[in-house]
Design a protein around this ligand. Structure first.
Ligand SMILES: [Zn+2]
Length: 149
């Protein structure tokens, strides 16, 4: 059973490994930070977000992040070079451990479910067939609130 985690990451619950959803590469143990198994490109934030104002006139406030306080790390799959994640953090900080699942709980949760191999819109996000984006308000009634006694 493989569980989709992000657009480019999934966890194989049988092997407890992170996998690339694009090329199928087995990255490493799902109980560890997946970023340990990625290629990391530390970007110059001023290259990613160029100054919108003249930096000679506005050295501090030109809408471009100061590399002394902002670091941008891009994480790539070592096999297919798909960008898995981009992270904004502070210089010198370890890669953030942003996805940490309780693998044992995940196994219990998915033990009664069908495997999903492609992402999509879940049933909770589907609009009822008789509902439109404009027109009347649906869902609940205001008539019973604040009624007159
Ligand atoms: Zn890959």
């Amino acid at each position: 059973m493989k569980v989709l985690i992000t657009e480019y990451l999934r966890i194989d619950l049988d092997t407890e490994q992170w996998e690339c959803r694009h090329c199928g590469r087995v990255h490493g143990p799902a109980r560890e930070n997946y970023k340990k198994f990625m290629l990391i490109h530390a970007r110059n934030p001023q290259e990613v977000h160029r100054p919108l104002l003249n930096p000679e006139l506005y050295p501090a406030y030109n809408f471009s992040p100061d590399p002394k306080v902002c670091a941008i790390y891009e994480y790539y799959c070592p096999d297919c070079a798909t960008m898995i994640e981009a992270e904004y953090t502070v210089p010198g900080h370890m890669p953030l451990h942003d996805i940490e699942y309780d693998i044992d709980a995940l196994k219990v949760q998915w033990s009664t479910r069908e495997e999903i191999t492609e992402g999509g819109t879940g049933p909770d996000n589907k609009r009822p067939a008789n509902c439109s984006t404009h027109g009347h308000h649906h869902g609940h009634s205001h008539a019973q609130h604040g009624g007159q006694a």
